[in-house]
Ligand binder design. Structure first.
Ligand code: AMO
Length: 431
């Protein structure tokens, strides 16, 4: 017999082709109506309502089945289509029933319990929709970057040193040598600038954060890009603005149903305001009568208030904070030639939370070595990274966007674990 159809295939069938079709799927829900039962199949593209005669034995929920039958229009069914089942073949039945109702819209579980039974929870429509949106965003980012002549790269995740400094490095033993898990692809993406001009990578990075918070993971997906021959870091800001806009356009065009179901408010972006670090700090200190406690960085509470201020006064869900102090930025950040206490770097805040860090990098060898020394680093330990500067590099810069944080703000979740399929935190290594 013919191949199994997907939902989009069924919707395209002409009336006379709907008589005898075949579909596979997982039995998501069964509603017993007395003489007959509704069987809802969970499929890659969504859910399909089927009608089954109760003369037959009902399958168990979460059975894998192939059904054969007739498709017809039914306004009240999801997708406007229903299948009258003539034959059902059960390919496999579950050994045990899932101990909670996954077909409910909201699974109200404590986050720790939810993460423990994540393999089952992800079968829930709301949960799986979150990651459908994530997949669509990544697809749109990737397509946008390809269109703008970026080359996709795949860099090592086992490295000899941390790229971002600080104490949050996972150390490991590598055949008698000391190694660590990559904190970011920073050195490699810069190294590839003289090779390809523009590069990007979307992949996991590792941070040994010792504290459990609602915005930190120990492994997260970083969307990194790096571009050569820039005039200033505003080229990077503009590229990111357009990349985010293209992802939102893609969601609006392709994910209308899911957006509605998850109640996602997609921001409208024309341009994103920028404000200097120092000014942003002063703005919140004044508006919310706060004392500036930490002059070199933004506290999470300050980020939240800056977010509120820009939504309230400028109607913008996003704001770029620029010119961060040199003291708190990594050694590869270019200092501002007008005032070297600050750097040509930025963060992007989305609804009051940092989702991106980026900036222009040092491309001159002597300047880079001098800054390393100023930060008490040994240039000899960065020999392979410094080949970039030694052998010649154009002015360049880039950014890293934390995908789970971006998703967290987009869907308005309370905890970053909700936007990671299988989160890694200080206590969780399974599933
Ligand atoms: P940074 O260390 O600021 O910069 O990280 C970039 C972005 O990654 C996200 N992020 C995290 N998300 C979840 N859990 C964490 N523990 C975590 N830490 C960071 C944030 C942050 O804005 N190499 C530079 C980027 C660059 O300049 O190109 C870097 O990694 O959203």
């Amino acid at each position: 017999m013919y191949k199994c159809l997907e939902i989009s295939d069924i919707l395209l069938l002409k009336d006379d082709e709907r008589e005898n079709i075949k579909v596979h799927g997982m039995v998501h829900n069964i509603r017993d109506m007395g003489d007959f039962a509704f069987i809802v199949l969970r499929k890659s593209e969504g859910f399909l309502q089927c009608v089954y005669d109760k003369m037959n034995k009902l399958p168990l929920k979460e059975s894998a089945v192939i059904i054969e039958g007739k498709a017809y229009k039914e306004e009240r069914a999801v997708n406007g289509i229903e299948i009258k089942i003539n034959k059902m073949t059960v390919l496999s039945s579950p050994k045990e029933e899932i101990p909670f109702n996954i077909s409910k819209l909201n699974i109200n579980m404590a986050i720790e319990n939810e993460m423990t039974v994540r393999p089952a929870v992800l079968r829930n429509e709301t949960k799986r929709n979150i990651f459908k949106i994530e997949a669509c965003i990544v697809k749109a980012f990737r397509e946008y970057l390809y269109k703008n002549k970026f080359t996709e790269i795949f860099t090592p995740k086992i490295t000899s040193s941390g790229a971002e400094g600080g104490a949050n490095i996972f150390k490991l033993e590598y055949f008698g040598k000391k190694a660590c898990l990559a904190q970011s692809p920073q050195f490699y993406k810069q190294t590839l600038i003289p090779v390809y001009e523009r590069v990007f990578e979307i992949g996991p990075v590792f941070r040994a954060e010792k504290h459990n918070t609602t915005r930190h993971l120990n492994e997260y997906i970083s969307v990194d890009f790096e571009m050569g021959f820039i005039n200033s870091f505003y080229d990077i800001i503009n590229m990111e603005t357009e990349m985010i806009k293209s992802a939102f356009d893609y969601l609006n065009e392709n994910c209308f149903d899911i957006i509605k179901k998850l109640n996602i408010k997609i921001p409208k972006i024309d341009s994103i305001p920028t404000v200097k670090f120092r000014e942003a700090k002063e703005m919140v200190a004044k508006k919310y009568s706060r004392k500036i406690k930490e002059p070199y960085d933004l506290e999470p509470e300050e980020e939240k208030l800056i977010g509120e201020l820009f939504i309230e006064e400028y109607g913008s869900d996003f704001v770029f904070i620029t010119h961060y102090p040199s003291k708190k930025r990594p050694f590869y950040a270019m200092d501002d030639p007008e005032d070297n206490r600050y750097t040509l770097t930025f963060d992007l805040l989305f609804r009051g939370m940092e989702v991106t860090t980026g900036g222009q990098r040092i491309h001159d060898y002597d300047t880079q070595v001098e800054k390393m020394k100023r930060k008490f680093l040994q240039p000899e330990e960065f020999e392979s990274y410094l080949m970039l500067h030694k052998y010649g590099a154009p002015p360049h810069g880039g950014l890293g966007l934390g995908l789970e944080r971006f998703m967290l703000k987009l869907i308005d979740a309370a905890n970053i674990r909700q936007t990671s399929m299988f989160p890694r935190d200080t206590t969780r290594l399974v599933p």
